[in-house]
Design a protein around this ligand. Structure first.
Ligand SMILES: Nc1ncnc2c1ncn2[C@@H]1O[C@H](COP(=O)(O)OP(=O)(O)O)[C@@H](O)[C@H]1O
Ligand SMILES: [Mg+2]
Length: 380
């Protein structure tokens, strides 16, 4: 029986746990041409959710453009990604494609046939020869023309990992240009992102161009009960037995985290015919091991002060990070140093203060488990 859980990105037609309320709300925001900021820690399901909203919108006739800004390297890169996204949604419809090619003057689409019969789509700058902020303005004008050339058709644009623009040179100018043009367009934009502080800064700081221009929409973890039922159901679909009790154990080990629950489910399914506590524990070891390259890459980008603080919070979440006993116990150094490291770790969305308990902790539970495993060794 094929494994019913997903290690890789979940396809748009695969079983999806809950999120019915969110699908409905976001759908109606889009139809009302509202702009929305959707934020949560990584892998809570923002991208999959937004793709599903777009799928439903496009079933009702909307044009849905999706562009991912992750790792964007320059304004030109960001602009090319936007243009490519417009060509990507229009290429199957001759009249839309024509409109897109006519409207988008700064780029031309390049379709390259592959050996397997598919095509890859990319864009090349056209002969206009603009670059940088001028190119962005030109492209946003083009996008506006494309939107207004489709009268009575809803155009929905999702910009994933939108906060990445903040790292670009002239970030504030980019924000200002984007905001000006978006304001004039009769479309709905979803700004999606994982680095909550940075993303929310764009929309909630008074002096920034996007200030209060979009609805703030936090995406929470999955409700425990729904996730547990989903896990049982997935095992059943794979002809394996998982009791609600075991599903609870599985979900709570990863604190109802959608991605980790999906992945842990995958490993447990591979390990045993029936879900047992032992299978779940072995699955968790596999899960942590499989995430190791991701965690190592994160650690590599941090300073030693940031690493120290991360290790301390992984081992011992605290309400009093600056208490001298905590600092001494974890050899954290000066208060100024800790505060600086903390600010950066928050910007990377690696640590947060729990709003209910006031405890500082790691955002990602599995990352915390892995960090602890580096300094603790299981002895049998
Ligand atoms: N509601 C859900 N039901 C089932 N699996 C989910 C759900 N939400 C997220 N996932 C799992 O988590 C993975 C990561 O989700 P993704 O949308 O990429 O998160 P984000 O964009 O927030 O980082 C998905 O590929 C899927 O396996
Ligand atoms: Mg995402």
């Amino acid at each position: 029986m094929a494994n019913p859980f997903y290690l890789q990105e979940i396809p748009a037609d695969a079983p999806f746990c809950n999120r019915l309320e969110e699908l409905k709300e976001l759908h109606s925001y889009a139809e009302a041409k509202a702009n929305v900021v959707i934020y949560s820690p990584r892998r809570y399901g923002k991208t999959s959710l937004v793709k599903r909203v777009q799928k439903n919108l496009s079933k009702k006739g909307a044009i849905t453009i999706f562009s991912d800004f992750f790792g964007v390297a320059s304004v030109d890169d960001m602009t090319a990604r936007l243009a490519k996204a417009v060509f990507a949604v229009t290429h199957k419809n001759a009249s839309l494609w024509k409109k897109a090619v006519r409207a988008i003057k700064s780029f031309r689409p390049v379709l390259k046939p592959e050996i397997d019969g598919t095509f890859t789509l990319s864009v090349e700058p056209s002969s206009i020869g603009k670059s940088g902020l001028n190119l962005l303005e030109e492209t946003m004008t083009s996008l506006g023309e494309f939107i207004s050339s489709n009268k009575n058709i809803l155009v929905h644009i999702a910009l994933d990992e939108f906060q990445e623009i903040v790292a670009l040179k002239d970030a504030l100018k980019i924000e200002a240009i984007m905001r000006t043009y978006i304001q004039q367009q009769k479309a709905s934009y979803f700004f999606v992102g994982s680095r909550r502080r940075v993303l929310l800064g764009i929309f909630n700081e008074q002096q920034r161009p996007f200030f209060q221009s979009a609805i703030n929409y936090p995406l929470r973890l999955l409700p425990a009960e729904e996730l547990e039922k989903f896990i049982v159901e997935q095992f059943r679909a794979g002809k394996r037995k998982c009791t609600l009790e075991m599903a609870h154990k599985l979900a709570s080990l990863v604190q109802d985290h959608p991605y980790y629950a999906q992945k842990l489910g995958f490993f447990v399914f591979e390990i045993a015919d029936q879900v047992t506590e032992d299978a779940i524990n072995r699955g968790l070891e596999k899960l942590v091991f499989s995430e190791k390259p991701v965690f190592e890459a994160i650690i590599q980008g941090l300073t030693s002060q940031q690493r120290l603080l991360l290790h301390a919070l992984a081992k011992e979440p605290t309400q009093k990070m600056l208490a001298s006993s905590y600092i001494r116990k974890h050899s954290l150094g000066s208060i100024g140093g800790i505060q600086h490291a903390l600010r950066q770790l928050e910007e990377f969305d690696l640590v947060e203060k729990d709003q209910h308990t006031g405890y500082w902790k790691l955002v990602d539970t599995v990352f915390a488990i892995w960090l602890k495993s580096q300094v603790e060794e299981k002895v049998r």
